[in-house]
Design a protein around this ligand. Structure first.
Ligand SMILES: *Cc1c(COP(=O)(O)O)cnc(C)c1O
Length: 440
């Protein structure tokens, strides 16, 4: 089978192969994009992006009227993306004053912005309250006092949620699991700290506690962790309602929805997660005699992952006979640290040979000074020569967002493609940029 058909489930929706045998996305030939914008280049397919926003909004909205999908900006955000997220009717989950500033740069409606994070700084809380942010999701007791103090000085009452730790293992990589007791995030239910925070929040004059939040981790392929968390949180909410008259008007099971990175790891779609979460909420409401709260869903990876594809140019090729063939590209761990950080797996497609059959097994490595800088291990691809364009699908989430200037490399340009047109949404860094903040 030709490479393209094999890869079609992980490529952006608009992926095609043209008469030259080149891969095209959004009607744009990736080989032409590589020469127009240079490489490494990150390409977002606007159609895939808007489709995934609409899918989450539609699937949850159709099963649960009072629901809001908010995009977790930490997966990747810039001004152009924030604008599209707003146009698609999603809210925004932010974790820093920086992300908040990007949202403000496109006049994102602040009522739909939720502020997360386990150690929000006073200045960040001040900025958030100053621009009338919708919710602050309070992570711990220290922050509860801090938010109240800042709100008091600003003479406002701030709507908050409390982030709870339900004590659930989402069975994902240990660096991205957050629901267990032994984590830096959230107020554990089991130790009594969650209850203490509820009592405290309800007594603070400048806070209005309107609900509870959990986030279990990322890349969660099964629905069980969500079902368990809903059962635990709703049971707890009913207890707190009885004991302390907690008003449970809003609930969020967080994000963490999986995406498919490789052909052997298919992921459930939005409809599947929506059905499971909504069913679990309805049955928990029944069991614990609660009114259905407003539902806030926070996908990050599932919105941008598949919409993004990275392209690189092949350079040095090293053969170690009988052992391995290394194809080195002009990017690597500085723009995508996920394989080195989490052991994440990717697949590759040769964009200028998308109609050719695989014939050799290679590992695709970056140009940075670390042996762990390997993007793809043991992939079967067509015969590659220096100058070929290597595309890595599903690069939209947590690649650019975690990009660094390691080896004083330049962060790549980002473009958005649609109907045969490409527009630059972030220019490539220059050498001057590297020294811009230095002084001697
Ligand atoms: C990271 C995060 C998300 C998004 O996670 P994904 O795996 O990208 O969907 C949602 N909510 C919170 C609180 C997070 O920290």
């Amino acid at each position: 089978m030709a490479t393209f058909e094999r890869m079609s489930t992980i490529l952006p929706d608009t992926a095609k192969v043209n008469s030259k045998g080149h891969l095209t996305i959004g009607g744009c030939d990736l080989v032409e994009l590589a020469s127009d914008f240079s490489t490494p280049l990150y390409i977002f397919d606007e159609a895939t992006l808007r489709r995934s926003c609409g899918e989450f909004r539609g699937e949850f909205g159709k099963l649960y009227e009072d629901s809001l999908v908010i995009y977790a900006a930490k997966a990747f955000i810039n001004s152009a993306l924030a604008k599209i997220i707003n146009e698609e009717g999603l809210g925004l989950d932010i974790v820093s004053g920086g992300e908040l500033s990007i949202a403000r740069s496109v006049d994102f409606p602040m009522s739909k912005v939720y502020f997360h994070g386990n150690n929000k700084l006073r200045e960040e809380i001040e900025l958030a309250i100053d621009c009338r942010i919708g919710r602050i999701v309070v992570d711990n007791l220290h922050e509860l006092s801090l938010v109240n103090e800042v709100a008091r000085k600003a003479k406002v009452t701030q709507d908050i949620l409390l982030r709870l730790t339900p004590g659930i293992d989402a069975h994902t990589h240990q660096h991205i699991t957050t629901g267990v007791i032994d984590t830096k995030f959230g107020l554990p239910i089991a130790t009594g700290q969650a209850e203490e925070a509820i009592v405290k929040a309800m007594s603070e004059p400048n806070l209005r506690l309107i609900g509870l939040h959990v986030h279990l981790g990322s890349l969660i392929f099964s629905i069980e962790p969500y079902q368990k968390a809903i059962e635990i949180v709703f049971k707890f909410a009913a207890e707190m309602k009885k004991k302390h008259k907690l008003i449970f008007r809003e609930f969020s099971p967080g994000g963490g929805f999986a995406v498919q990175y490789t052909q052997d790891t298919p992921a459930p779609d939005a409809a599947y997660y929506a059905r499971a979460i909504v069913d679990a909420i309805h049955s928990a409401c029944k069991e614990f005699k609660l009114e259905p709260p407003r539902l806030i869903v926070e996908p990050g990876r599932a919105i941008v992952g598949r919409a993004g594809i990275a392209i690189y140019r092949a350079g040095a090729i090293k053969d170690i006979p009988g052992i391995r063939r290394y194809v080195a590209i002009d990017g690597g761990m500085a723009d995508n640290i996920r394989p080195a950080l989490y052991g994440s797996r990717y697949e590759a497609i040769v964009a200028n040979k998308a109609d050719k059959k695989e014939c050799e097994r290679v590992s695709i490595v970056g140009k940075y000074c670390e042996s762990g800088d390997i993007l793809v291990k043991d992939e079967d691809i067509p015969r590659v020569v220096p100058g070929d364009i290597i595309a890595i699908p599903v690069s939209g989430a947590y690649c650019l967002a975690m990009a660094s200037n390691y080896n004083a490399s330049l962060k790549p340009a980002i473009i958005m493609v649609k109907n045969g047109k490409a527009r630059l949404i972030r220019r490539r860094e220059s050498h001057e940029d590297l020294m811009r903040f230095d002084s001697i």
